[in-house]
Design a protein around this ligand. Structure first.
Ligand SMILES: Nc1ncnc2c1ncn2[C@@H]1O[C@H](COP(=O)(O)OP(=O)(O)OP(=O)(O)O)[C@@H](O)[C@H]1O
Length: 319
């Protein structure tokens, strides 16, 4: 499909994109490259200028790049309204809204008009509306924008859980540690064209061991993260074995998700074991090597890389 807003060169040219159950697809590209445009077409809120959008993915949860923050409605009233549109009963909608806003830790209160909420808290309401009904296709346009570290971890968990339960997730983000840590496929838009990024060859036989200690009762569950080989809990300490090239991404998600790092050991033959004690740095303290990427993983998403047997949603066709 192609998309143009005005005469001249289209923003997207001959783009084919297929979502698939169990995958987490990241779309990257510079400012104005067309990421939001692609996501809007996928979500069905914008039509391609040529080509088609086919398939019925079921319930779509969509967090747009610009959430209507100017509304006088409170988070509670807005979510009740969105729940009704999605066919939920008033009671179920209220229950689900409370559950989600509590999980995302909305500060400011559900009764505060959305226009009085901070950017990050308004973003939490945007996420909650997308999750009122468990989505089969979750489309997230720069969803981390404005979120605090704790909500980062919750969102990472939501993405992993959605894919693990057979949903498809598509998101945009600029940070390699995030796309590499969560995405099972990475795409880039450049000059209107979409291309799938080659992932670095994985080093399958090297693993890292990470010792983590929970700092809050509902620390993020790390089992679904790609590259996690095993997870053993002893008291409040968890020992995670993770693919060496996924270690930075795991540390990033863990630190943002309510864990402190007690130690890291890389088992590379080329690199002597290195046990770091008591590392409790913030998220900025890890991810130095960046660009950690890979496909698949133990206990994580399924159906990755084999092509969609059952396309959830597909856009394509010639201009
Ligand atoms: N409704 C619209 N009408 C006209 N032009 C538009 C419209 N929406 C987007 N554009 C233009 O299309 C191009 C792609 O915009 P889009 O928002 O899809 O990019 P993006 O990659 O998401 O950018 P960013 O990273 O800055 O969010 C831009 O040049 C933008 O100005």
């Amino acid at each position: 499909m192609s998309k143009r807003y005005r005469p001249g060169r289209p923003v997207l040219v001959d783009v084919d994109f297929t979502t698939a159950p169990g995958t987490v697809q990241a779309v990257t590209g510079g400012n104005g490259s067309g990421k939001s445009t692609l996501l809007r077409v996928l979500a069905g809120v914008s039509r391609p200028s040529s080509g088609t959008r086919t398939g019925d993915p079921g319930v779509i949860g969509y967090v747009p790049d610009r959430f209507p923050t100017s509304t006088r409605l409170s988070a509670e009233a807005y979510l009740a309204h969105m729940g009704r549109i999605k066919g939920l009963s008033t009671a179920r909608s209220a229950e689900r809204a409370t559950e989600l806003l509590t999980r995302l830790d909305l500060v400011g209160g559900p009764k505060t008009p959305i226009r009085e909420l901070s950017k990050g808290n308004a973003q939490k309401v945007a996420l909650a509306q997308a999750l009122l009904m468990p989505p089969r296709l979750l489309i997230l346009d720069e969803p981390w924008s404005g979120l605090d570290a704790s909500a980062h971890g919750v969102l990472a968990q939501i993405i992993v859980d959605t894919a693990r339960s057979g949903g498809a997730v598509v998101f945009t983000d600029h940070r390699e540690a995030i796309t590499g840590g969560l995405a099972t496929e990475v795409y880039r838009i450049e000059a209107g064209r979409l291309s799938r990024q080659a992932l670095p060859t994985r080093v399958h036989d090297t693993a890292s061991e990470v010792l983590l200690r929970a700092t809050r009762p509902q620390a993020v569950d790390l089992r679904g993260l790609a590259g996690t080989r095993s997870l053993e809990a002893t008291g409040d300490v968890v020992r995670v074995r993770v693919d060496r090239d996924r270690c930075d991404a795991l540390l990033l998600v863990a630190l943002q998700g309510g864990w402190t790092v007690d130690g890291v050991r890389h088992n590379d033959a080329a690199e002597p074991p290195n046990l770091l004690g008591g590392v409790t740095a913030g998220a900025n303290g890890v991810g130095g090597s960046g660009g950690v990427r890979g496909v698949g993983g133990v206990g994580g998403v399924s159906g990755v890389g084999s092509g969609p047997a059952n396309p959830a949603n597909q856009i394509g066709g010639q201009r």
